[in-house]
Write a protein that binds this ligand. Structure first.
Ligand code: KIV
Length: 287
C-alpha cells in the first residue's frame, strides 16, 4: 500500500468512502495493522492505560509517547501515523504546544499530531508551525474529570450546538480531521455533514466519515472494562492465557521442548568421550 496522505483521507470523505483508524503502540502491532491495510494509526495516549497500566491517561509524558511512536513508524510505513499530544504538553502556551508537536514529529517520526479539546488558537499555532493536526471533541479522556467522568457528551440541544460550533472553529483553525468520541449518533451525523474535513467517530454512531477503535478493546486485550461502543472482534487475551497455561503444562509434563525444539552438537562417539572425561573428573551422569 502507498503511503496514506491527509489529502487522500479528504478525497475518501468526498467520495463517501469510510476511513478506518486504529491505535497501535509498538512495532509488532504496527506490522499487523499495516498488513490489514488500515488507513490511519493513532499512537493514542490510551497507551497509558492499555500498555503502561495507569488508571487514566494524564500521567503519560511526551518522552514516553515518543518512545512508542518510533517503533510504530518503523512497523507501519503505509498508514498515516498520528501521535497524541499528552496531557499538559500543549496548554501552558502556544510555544509549548508547537514545541511538543515538533518533538513528536522530529523525534517520534509520526506524520501528524492529535490534541483533545476546543482549542482553535493552539491548533492554529501548530498548523502555522507546519504540522498537520487532528482535533478531538466530545468525550476527551484527559479532562474527563471536568466532564463528570466517562459519559456520553453533547446530549440535548445546547450541548449539541456547542460541540458543532467547536467543530467549525477547529476546522477554521486548520485541522485535517476531527475525532468525535462518545456522543449521540445524531450529532455524529450532523457534524460529519457540517464540516468538510473527515470526522472519525468512536462511539459517535454509524454516520461518521470513519471509525476508530482502541486496539486492546477490539482484540479483547484490556481486562478492566470494555466501553459499550466497542465491537470486540477477537478475544486474543483469552487465547493468550490459554496458550500460557498449555506452555506451563507442557513444561511440567515434559512435552516441551520436544525433539524438534532441541539442538544436537555431538556425534555418538563425541558424547561418549565427553561422558568419559566427566567421569574422570568425578562427575557421573545418566545419559
Ligand atoms: O488515545 C486514544 O486512543 C484516543 C482514541 C480513543 C481516539 O484518543
Amino acid at each position: 500500500m502507498a503511503k496514506v496522505t491527509i489529502q487522500q483521507l479528504q478525497k475518501m470523505k468526498e467520495a463517501g468512502e469510510k476511513i478506518s483508524m486504529v491505535t497501535a503502540y509498538d512495532y509488532s502491532q504496527a506490522v499487523l495493522v499495516e498488513k490489514a491495510g488500515i488507513e490511519v494509526i493513532l499512537v493514542g495516549d490510551s497507551l497509558a492505560m492499555t500498555t503502561l497500566g495507569h488508571e487514566g491517561t494524564t500521567a503519560l509524558t511526551t518522552d514516553e509517547m515518543i518512545a512508542h511512536i518510533r517503533p510504530v513508524v518503523k512497523g507501519a510505513p503505509s498508514p498515516l501515523v498520528i501521535g497524541d499530544l499528552v496531557f499538559g504538553s500543549y496548554n501552558e502556551s502556544l510555544s509549548q504546544a508547537v514545541h511538543s508537536s515538533t518533538r513528536l514529529i522530529k523525534e517520534g517520526g509520526c506524520d501528524a499530531v492529535k490534541l483533545e479539546g476546543a482549542h482553535p488558537d493552539v491548533i492554529k499555532a501548530i498548523v502555522d508551525g507546519g504540522i498537520a493536526v487532528q482535533g478531538h471533541l466530545g468525550l476527551t479522556p484527559q479532562t474527563a474529570v471536568l466532564l463528570g467522568g466517562f459519559k456520553v457528551q453533547g446530549k440535548g440541544k445546547e450541548a449539541g450546538l456547542q460541540l458543532l460550533d467547536d467543530a467549525k472553529r477547529l476546522e477554521e483553525a486548520g485541522v485535517f480531521s476531527i475525532v468525535l468520541e462518545c456522543v449521540p449518533e445524531e450529532l455524529g451525523r450532523v457534524m460529519s455533514g457540517l464540516v468538510d474535513v473527515p470526522v472519525i467517530g468512536i462511539g459517535a454512531g454509524r454516520y461518521c466519515d470513519g471509525q476508530v477503535l482502541v486496539l486492546h478493546d477490539m482484540m479483547g486485550l484490556f481486562d478492566r472494562f470494555t466501553p459499550r461502543f466497542v465491537k470486540q472482534y477477537r478475544q486474543i487475551g483469552k487465547e493468550m492465557v490459554e496458550a500460557f497455561m498449555e506452555f506451563k503444562a507442557d513444561i511440567r509434563n515434559g512435552s516441551f521442548p520436544s525433539e524438534e525444539n532441541v539442538f544436537t552438537g555431538f556425534s555418538r562417539e563425541e558424547a561418549d568421550a565427553l561422558f568419559e572425561e566427566l567421569k574422570s573428573h568425578g562427575v557421573h551422569q545418566d545419559r
